[in-house]
Design a protein around this ligand. Structure first.
Ligand code: SF4
Ligand code: SF4
Length: 409
């Protein structure tokens, strides 16, 4: 483990970008403070038995790895790269992942167990006891309406375009999106097909590895990387609708592969999209865009979502805190519930002040966590994925409804 702390000039310009600093006001919970901790850990030859190391790791554990500090830093400090090294060392030499983390990591890769969990949750929703369960597991308050089957377990391998064929793409199905947000995948499929793209769903694809990577568990990364590169070998464009997975795939050590990975917003912005009929729409709807960290900071995609919403005639209202993490951060909302809750409270307060009706985002973890916050604080607003919103807008077109909704071709 070796990095250069002198890159950091201690200017503090990253502090107000850091959600954990904003909610605690503590230097130790800021990027600058954490860089100091990481510097001392680098020099500590026996971190497993040192009390100062234990304190340092405790403050590093509460870092969301949201990367907002890297965006804010004028000196180009590679905070995420340094954190990766430290977390890897922590997992290998100091504290192996907790039981909860291991369960979460195995759920990400084991589709059968995930699908079983989906069926249980679907049943609990159907018989009306999900709210009772949510008293013990508050994350369930953010769950969308579930389906009985996973998206990938219910789809053909290839779906034709509607109208003139412009090209062919492949969809990355992921884990949370595949089981809990099947409707978002369905919307994504319709958007792509309606705009002239044949969509492939390669069955050999696997977990992107983001949760393993961010928890310092890098042992299985090469098998995820190799399997995904192989699964998408024959495709020229891989479409992502989960910002966290997209950032991870764009980080794979194969430029040929990473050059084919597109977030759905950057892909839609790059093509000529079919027009939308806005006449029958509720014109008073006020929307805001909440930027997922791994889209805005991880993939540096800032403007594409705004331009697409504008193309669809949707007027956004101002939301200056859009770039701040909501507190979900992959498994963080489960492993650091107190910090995740404080950050969520800040986010929901900021959202409430905008006076919006709908919050639009592009990552399942953010969607679930923010919805949970709105539900528990009785803020009557809905969080939607950008693909759901665009799909709903296209549904004002009769041909769209008849070919893609009613016919389900
Ligand atoms: S903005 Fe960059 S240089 Fe300034 S304190 Fe933060 S990490 Fe250090
Ligand atoms: S990654 Fe996010 S939470 Fe961690 S120090 Fe940077 S801004 Fe703060």
């Amino acid at each position: 483990m070796e990095f250069q702390l002198p890159d950091c000039v201690h200017c503090g310009l990253c502090l107000t970008a850091c959600p954990t600093y904003l909610v605690t006001g503590l230097e130790a919970e800021s990027p600058r403070g954490r860089l100091m901790f990481m510097n001392s850990l680098q020099r500590d030859e026996n971190p497993a038995n040192s009390s100062t190391s234990a304190i340092a790791y405790a403050h590093l554990d509460t870092c969301l790895d949201c990367r907002a500090c890297a965006t804010a830093c004028p000196s180009g400090v590679d905070y995420p790269g340094i954190l990766d090294q430290v977390r890897h060392r922590q997992a290998v030499t100091v504290s192996p992942p907790s039981m909860m983390k291991r369960v979460i990591l195995s759920l990400a890769v084991n589709k059968q167990i995930r699908t079983l969990g989906q069926i249980f949750l679907w049943t609990f929703q159907r018989i009306g006891v999900i709210n009772l369960l949510a008293k013990g597991f508050p994350t369930l308050k953010g769950l969308p309406k579930l389906t009985f089957r996973s998206f990938s377990g219910n789809q053909s391998d290839v779906l034709p375009p509607i109208g003139k064929r412009k090209g062919s793409v492949a969809l990355f199905t992921g884990c949370v999106m595949d089981n809990l947000y099947t409707n978002v995948h369905e919307s994504t499929l319709r958007l792509l097909r309606w705009n002239g793209y044949e969509v492939h769903i390669p069955k050999r694809q696997t977990c992107c590895g983001a949760l393993h990577h961010h928890n310092g568990v890098q042992g299985s990364m090469s098998s995820f990387v190799n399997q995904n590169i192989d699964a998408f070998r024959n495709h020229d464009a891989i479409i992502m609708n989960a910002a966290g997975c997209g950032a991870e795939l764009k980080d794979y050590p194969d430029p040929q592969f990473t050059g084919k990975v597109f977030d759905i917003t950057e892909f839609l912005e790059s093509i000529e999209m079919r027009p939308v009929n806005t006449a029958d729409r509720d014109q008073s709807l006020k929307v805001i865009w909440d930027a997922p960290c791994h889209l805005v900071h991880g993939q540096k995609i800032q403007d594409a979502p705004h331009r697409i919403l504008k193309h669809f005639g949707l007027e956004e209202i101002s939301f200056p805190q859009s770039h701040l993490c909501c507190g979900s951060a992959g498994s963080f909302m489960l492993t650091q519930p107190e910090m995740a809750e404080s950050i969520l409270k800040m986010k929901t307060n900021d959202i409430e002040r905008t006076g919006c009706d709908v919050i639009i985002t592009a990552n399942p973890g953010c969607q679930m966590h923010i919805q949970k916050g709105l539900t528990q604080y009785s803020i009557h607003k809905k969080v939607k994925h950008i693909c759901e919103v665009l799909d709903e807008n296209y549904q004002t077109d009769q041909e769209y409804r008849e070919t893609l909704i009613k016919g389900k071709s």
